[in-house]
Design a protein around this ligand. Structure first.
Ligand SMILES: Cc1cc2nc3c(=O)[nH]c(=O)nc-3n(C[C@H](O)[C@H](O)[C@H](O)COP(=O)(O)O)c2cc1C
Length: 371
């Protein structure tokens, strides 16, 4: 019998090799290179070998996800590789943030790696190609992958709320879900939309626009981890009175937990990656306590391993997203998380990954649990 020939380049080797090269480059050039590899490499070299176990399959707002792990907003800002991300193993991915008009974002440098902390600070400032161009790209890539579109407002807009309404209008018929990003620290005034009357107005306007589109697309609100208890009470009450579908918790933080003294730690912008994990997970659990167990929540912030991914579920997430850890660990992290999840399911004798959701909300909310 003929022996099957194993490829010389094993997937993990390729992943580590690529990651090491990328980490030596300027962060924005490395980002461009990663997008180009995904765009131009033959799909057979990127495709995951193994199909996801049924045990990882979840339903989120009616969306059938082959696994609960999504790529967070910020990597594929312009929808260049949305069609491919599902093929390389993500359960879903999020394009954006996209604003109505194209904009360049802040001046460079605006992206910093804090290597020893596995953290990133960014002040990109919604650099993106704008609604028209991103829409045209997504139309061409329509596939079975679950693709969300994260919408925002132009920094020089005279009417932030209208920019979000335009986002719903543009993408409702093509996105599997929409994310309303009111938590980026890098556009002045955006985070103020998380409060009181203005949040009510925003939700009313975007949900009315969805109704006008006559197409049901789930809408998620993406929140900041820098909210305090009073702000969270207010948000929970307002969304409880609306038809909002779910939450994404969280965006980057302007606080600087556990990175004092490190190179770049004083750079302005939002911090993501490992040092964000405890704060983002605490906020997730605290919002879960407030909104009850029914509302779908996507947990994001600092996930770097299968155990941190599962911890995020136990704190109140139904699905998760990640970004920064991929920069430090490479794409093999995705396979590692899935394998770790499957092992945990066997160990605990659970049939499905959703069994972990909401198990330890209170301990995460009051800070008893930390990683
Ligand atoms: C370079 C970079 C750019 C980002 N851009 C966006 C963005 O445009 N919109 C958004 O909602 N979140 C953006 N994020 C935040 C991520 O989606 C995510 O919420 C955050 O990084 C926490 O997850 P992580 O620790 O796994 O990276 C960005 C993050 C990074 C690192």
């Amino acid at each position: 019998m003929m022996k099957s020939i194993k490829p010389f380049f094993q997937p993990n080797f390729v992943s580590d090799f690529a990651r090491d090269i990328l980490l030596k480059m300027d962060p924005e050039i490395a980002h461009r290179a990663s997008i180009n590899v995904l765009k131009f490499a033959p799909i057979s070299t990127l495709k995951e070998e193994k199909k996801d176990s049924k045990k990882l399959h979840i339903n989120l707002c009616g969306l059938e996800l082959k696994n609960p792990i999504g790529l967070a907003a910020g990597f594929d800002k312009n929808g260049e590789v949305a069609g491919i991300l599902g093929k390389i193993g993500f359960g879903f991915s999020e394009v954006g943030t996209v604003t109505p008009r194209p904009q360049k974002g802040n001046i460079k440098p605006r992206l910093f790696r804090l290597m020893s902390a596995n953290a990133i600070i960014n002040r990109m400032g919604f650099n993106n190609d704008g609604h028209e161009e991103v829409y045209a790209r997504l139309i061409k890539q329509k596939s079975n992958n679950i693709i969300g579109v994260n919408i925002g407002a132009n920094r020089d807009s005279e009417d932030f709320i209208n920019d979000y309404v335009l986002g719903v209008k543009k993408f409702a018929n093509i996105a599997d879900y929409l994310t309303v990003n009111i938590s980026s620290p890098n556009t002045k005034g955006i985070r103020d939309l998380q409060a009181g009357e203005i949040l009510k107005k925003l939700l009313f306007a975007i949900l009315a626009q969805r109704a006008k589109e006559k197409i049901y697309v789930p809408i998620f609100l993406k929140l900041s981890p820098d909210l305090d208890e009073r702000q969270m009470d207010e948000i929970a009450q307002i969304i409880g009175e609306s038809n909002l579908d779910g939450l994404i918790i969280s965006n980057t933080t302007i606080s600087r937990p556990n990175i004092a003294g490190l190179k770049y730690s004083d750079e302005m912008g939002g911090l993501s990656g490992k040092p964000l994990f405890n704060l983002a997970t605490k906020r997730l659990a605290q919002m879960r306590q407030r909104v009850g167990k029914e509302m779908p929540i996507i947990g994001v912030g600092g996930i770097f391993s299968s155990s941190s991914a599962i911890a995020k579920l136990t704190a109140g997430a139904n699905a998760i997203q990640l970004y920064s850890a991929l920069i430090f660990s490479g794409i093999k992290l995705l396979t590692e998380i899935k394998e770790g999840m499957e092992q945990a399911l066997i160990r605990e004798k659970y049939d499905n990954i959703s069994a972990f959701s909401n198990m330890n909300i209170d301990d995460w909310a009051n800070g008893k649990m930390e990683i």
